[in-house]
Ligand binder design. Structure first.
Ligand SMILES: C[S@@+](CC[C@H](N)C(=O)[O-])C[C@H]1O[C@@H](n2cnc3c(N)ncnc32)[C@H](O)[C@@H]1O
Length: 223
């Protein structure tokens, strides 16, 4: 897979609460960033549907899905530590035991830690847009990463994407056409309706305030 650096490593400023959460809750929720392939059954102690969110930020989606669907297991990948700190705080508040977090580069985790056909679903909501043309190569969802996601999905597993950058959505559609394992489930112009379970995060709110419509895409892993 062509290496893609889709983020700038920013430590950000951790609040005291986030730092405490990172220290105290790491053992309960975070996985060792170094290690071999993940075995969800060993991590969660059960066999259950296994879903991944890439770039989960402060984890609004993960917390809401994991709370609503306790019979499913979730992995969130996020490089921004203050976001991970907020997510751990929220998980502890809700008492979620079906979520684990990896503070690592998602492209590396996909390639090195996740087994082929191990995921029932993948969510990539509001990936960093890198709007300048010279930065487009830093966009996470290129053809190689989409191909890798497709290979990690089980048959009929779904990939959900949302972005408020129409040229990024067009590029994802174009790249996905080159991944034979992905079938676009969208209808008109191959776009999908907004999933009702997707919470409104500050990134979506910011887009709507700026007058940028949000585009949802859904793909299925073909046989
Ligand atoms: C614009 S934010 C969206 C956050 C969240 N999905 C939402 O909708 O609120 C994009 C997030 O992706 C994270 N990110 C970008 N590239 C990443 C990568 N390669 N691996 C893990 N996280 C990444 C960023 O740190 C950031 O938190």
């Amino acid at each position: 897979m062509r290496a893609v650096r889709s983020f700038v490593r920013r430590e950000g400023r951790l609040t005291a609460g986030q730092r405490r959460a990172l220290d105290a809750l790491a053992g309960r929720y975070t996985l060792d960033p170094a290690g071999g392939p993940l075995e969800p059954a060993a991590v969660f102690g059960r066999h259950a549907p296994f879903l991944l969110e890439i770039g989960c930020g402060a984890g609004e989606l993960l917390v809401s899905l994991a709370t609503a669907r306790p019979e499913q297991d979730y992995l969130g990948i996020e490089v921004y530590r203050p976001g991970v700190g907020r997510l751990l705080q929220a998980l502890a508040r809700q008492g979620c035991d079906n979520v684990r977090v990896l503070a690592s580069d998602a492209a590396e985790v996909l390639e090195q830690r996740l087994r082929p056909e191990s995921l029932d679903g993948v969510y990539v909501f509001f990936p960093d847009p890198w709007p300048k043309k010279r930065h487009h190569k830093r966009r996470l969802l290129n053809r190689d990463v989409l191909g890798c996601i497709a290979s990690r999905l089980k048959e009929h597993g779904r990939l959900y994407v949302a972005t408020d950058w129409s040229d990024y959505a067009a590029a994802v559609l174009e790249a996905a056409r080159q991944v034979p394992q992905l079938t676009n489930l969208g209808a008109g112009a191959e776009l999908a309706p907004r999933p009702r379970w997707r919470p409104l995060t500050r990134f979506e709110r910011r887009a709507l305030d700026a007058g940028r419509p949000v585009i949802d895409l859904v793909f299925a892993r073909a046989c």
